[in-house]
Ligand binder design. Structure first.
Ligand SMILES: C[S@@+](CC[C@H](N)C(=O)[O-])C[C@H]1O[C@@H](n2cnc3c(N)ncnc32)[C@H](O)[C@@H]1O
Length: 368
């Protein structure tokens, strides 16, 4: 007898010998849709992926297939539990089980290697503070308030500031995503036209280091909270760009370094409500030259039902900070309120490039 949970029955209507059911009455019982819904509701795969990232399993498979016994010895994990974890992930195409209880990397697993040029290993941490907030996501939907604050008693960035070890993991997460962002955002904007940039809320400097490495004529200032920029010298030195980047620690609500040609705000504005984001933008406007460009790099949800990761980031932002990702029109309004004028939104495979100028500046430069 066919297992009613398998897709083998997909496409049959409720009338095809199916006992009448409340779900199926008056329409087709689309088993494939049930299976798909179950996949979407699953949080097993995301957690399993994060555990193998923490265990660096992909690094241990870089040299070729290994048995679960070898992997357990190399990672310190419990062998049978590791086998079950890898079997589950292999069923989703992350790793493949080869003959004799051995696993190997699949193309999907390659970016989980630490030495991959676009490594995503640090992009998927098992970040308990975020996970605990997600367990109360309904609070955000009931109230519009961040579940993170309900659970941890203080705002997201304050929490990670108070827990430096966890904060470093968040920085590493941002830096891992930034590798991919650089690939998509560099070709999407005329960075070569800028003499200097300030990366406002620039984290540990990974993005600005990537920009400086690609544009030898560019100078930069990295600006973020003091404990965050403390990590930057090593990042800038590793990229060989330390001599072209000043590091400044402080709060962007108190003011930002003045006089640069470009002001980069990468994934910063979505973390603040309109009042705070407006205040931050006014500080940036005060620092801008008449010809400066503000370049906000962030996910911008498009209209309609088409999939766009911005629509998912938006919910993550709601749960963590109680704020969200702004649409094109919302960004235009926010910028206008701070005396800035939106001149273009260029979407890429990752973030969008949102460009603005001083509100009383002339028309946008051609080709931007
Ligand atoms: C979402 S992260 C983005 C980091 C970086 N721009 C990136 O895209 O990888 C937001 C950044 O804003 C910084 N930040 C938060 N509050 C700040 C403040 N008051 N002044 C300066 N930076 C702040 C955080 O430390 C963090 O690095």
């Amino acid at each position: 007898m066919t297992n009613p949970g398998t897709p083998a029955r997909q496409g049959r209507s409720a009338g095809d010998g199916e006992p009448p059911s409340r779900e199926g009455r008056g329409g087709r019982l689309d088993i494939a849709a049930f299976v798909r819904l179950t996949e979407l509701a699953d949080y097993i795969v995301p957690f399993a992926l994060r555990v193998v990232c923490d265990l660096r399993v992909a690094d241990h498979l870089a040299g070729g297939p290994r048995s679960t016994g070898e992997l357990a010895a190399a990672t310190g994990a419990h062998e049978d539990s590791l086998r079950r974890l890898l079997r589950a992930l292999a069923s989703r195409g992350v790793f493949a089980e080869v003959a004799g209880d051995r696993f190997e990397l699949t193309p999907l697993a390659q970016p989980l290697r630490s030495d991959h040029p676009l490594s995503l290993r640090d992009a998927f941490p098992l970040l308990a503070a975020e996970v605990e907030a997600w367990a109360h996501a309904d609070h955000s939907v009931w109230t519009g308030r961040p579940a993170f604050e309900l659970v941890h008693g203080r705002p997201y960035w304050d929490h990670f500031g108070a827990h430096p070890a966890q904060g470093r993991r968040v920085d590493a997460l941002q830096a891992a995503a930034t590798g991919l962002h650089l690939r998509t955002l560099v070709p999407a904007y005329d960075w070569a036209a800028l003499d200097s940039v300030v990366d406002v809320g620039g984290g540990n400097g990974t993005f600005v280091a990537g920009l400086l490495a690609r544009f030898p004529g560019l100078r930069a200032t990295l600006f973020d909270l003091p404990d965050v920029v403390a990590q930057a010298p090593a990042v800038l030195a590793a990229a060989g760009v330390a001599d072209r980047c000043e590091i400044v620690g402080g709060s962007f609500f108190d003011g930002v370094p003045a006089g640069a040609g470009g002001y980069v705000l990468k994934t910063v504005l979505p973390g603040w409500d309109d009042e705070r984001a407006g205040a931050l933008l006014r500080r940036v406007r005060e620092a801008m030259r008449p010809d400066s460009r503000l370049i906000a790099l962030e996910a911008v949800p498009p209209p309609g039902d088409a999939f766009d990761v911005a629509k998912l980031f938006d919910v993550q932002t709601l749960v963590m900070t109680g704020t969200g990702h702004r649409t094109h029109e919302e960004l235009a309004g926010l910028l206008e309120g701070a005396g800035l004028r939106l001149v273009g939104v260029t979407r890429t495979a990752t973030l969008a490039v949102v460009e603005a100028v001083m509100g009383d500046a002339g028309p946008a430069a051609p080709g931007r």
